[in-house]
Write a protein that binds this ligand. Structure first.
Ligand SMILES: Cc1ncc(COP(=O)(O)O)c(C=O)c1O
Length: 381
């Protein structure tokens, strides 16, 4: 009954150059991934500090899973509320300077479980148009009225607020944008927050661990609530939400994804504690990422490739979706994996190559990649 529709819609995806089919990875080896018989340098990983690839973290995780087992056995609200999980959450809250924290099985689930619960009909939610799909989904499920503002444009946010902010109002943004790679205008948002007193939720998924003192991100002055994922710079999986007093209790009572889903096991909480320390101590890695990311951006610029991004996420504008995919496929043959981000991940007609820099990349990797990209870019229509 549905098969015909599925077939037609997939055919349209193909026609528009938007068909998605994940690259199968046989194995990961540090900065490399092996796909088929090719071993390629991975410029598509969010394991920014390289911790996920490190034997130190793998050993700690293995020990924790051996000690505590691999399941919590139930949701947090049934029999999964282990003191070790609560202790790890307290430590995350303390570390980042918030009252409370709560873990979720992923960043996607965190945004969905948080935003769909905090807001309701009668509220207004203003959001940066480039926020992650999980936040958009959470906002739409909440029932609140929602208003997108132009990416990182505080004057447009203010205009939206003046027209629609005559009720309980929240602003949702990221601190380091996942595709554009640019930083939130923290000072601008803070100024508006002081002026209008709205509630601010900031997703620091790509900043925590890599940016700011001890990897503490950039938005603590403005974020009433912050979201971090453990699946990027923290090298494991899962996510944490940093909260003011009273909100955790509210989520335990009203957040469906939290109430009705098996919680991550104690072994995860133990590993999250281990990795928090490793991240805080990764000062040299953060310095190095800054250096190697700048080196990549400058090298791309010198090669005449238009690039945006203020930190370790860089994006090379391609425009046409099908072309971005072709370039990515050709680069695999030259020894590099770089992700072609297409609509709806980015706006229609604005396909990019999204380059994720990590502490594992070297200047030699960058030089070889830029040379390969330049050659492929010129030869691909
Ligand atoms: C800004 C942002 N928030 C949340 C997520 C989701 O995090 P996770 O991968 O842990 O589900 C992502 C993932 O790409 C992201 O880019």
């Amino acid at each position: 009954m549905f098969a015909e529709r599925f077939k037609n819609r997939l055919a349209v995806q193909h026609e528009n150059g938007l068909y998605r089919s994940p690259l199968e990875i046989n194995q990961r080896d540090g900065k490399y991934v092996v796909s088929g018989n090719r071993r390629v340098v991975n410029f598509s990983s969010n394991d920014y500090l390289g911790l996920g690839a490190s034997s130190e973290l793998r050993k700690k995780a293995a020990d924790n899973f051996f000690k505590y087992g691999a399941t919590s056995g139930s949701s947090r609200l049934v029999s999964g509320n282990y003191s070790l999980i609560a202790r790890a959450e307290k430590e995350y809250a303390r570390h980042f300077g918030y009252d409370e924290a709560v873990f979720f099985p992923s960043g996607y689930q965190a945004n969905l479980g948080l935003l769909s619960t905090l807001f309701e009909k009668g509220d207004a939610v203003m959001f940066d148009k480039h926020i992650h799909a999980s936040s958009v989904k959470g906002i739409t499920l909440s029932g609140a009225a929602f208003f997108g503002y132009r990416h990182n444009t505080m004057s447009h946010l203010e205009k939206r607020y003046k027209a629609n902010g005559n009720c309980r109002t929240a602003v949702i943004t990221e601190s380091l944008f996942s595709m554009d790679g640019d930083f939130l205008d923290v000072a601008g948002l803070l100024e508006l927050k002081k002026k209008y007193g709205f509630f601010a939720v900031v997703d620091e998924a790509h900043a925590f661990g890599v940016v700011g003192r001890k990897g503490m991100g950039i938005a603590s002055d403005v974020a009433d609530i912050a979201i971090g994922t453990l699946g990027k710079a923290f090298g494991i999986f899962g996510a944490f939400v940093l909260l003011p007093e009273g909100v955790k209790e509210y989520l335990f009572n009203f957040s469906s994804p939290l109430i009705y889903s098996t919680t991550l096991p104690e072994a995860h909480a133990a590993t999250a504690l281990d990795v928090l320390e490793m991240v805080a101590d990764s000062h040299n890695k953060r310095e190095y990422i800054r250096h190697i990311s700048r080196y990549m951006k400058e090298s791309l610029g010198k090669a005449g490739l238009e690039t945006t991004g203020d930190a370790h996420i860089l994006s090379v504008l391609i425009g046409d979706a099908a072309r971005s995919k072709k370039i990515s496929v050709k680069l695999l043959d030259k020894g590099f994996y770089v992700f072609p981000a297409r609509y709806p991940t980015v706006p229609s007609g604005k396909a990019i190559l999204r380059i994720g820099m990590t502490a594992l990349h070297t200047e030699k990797d960058v030089n070889r990649f830029v040379q390969a990209l330049r050659a492929v870019y010129d030869k691909t229509e």
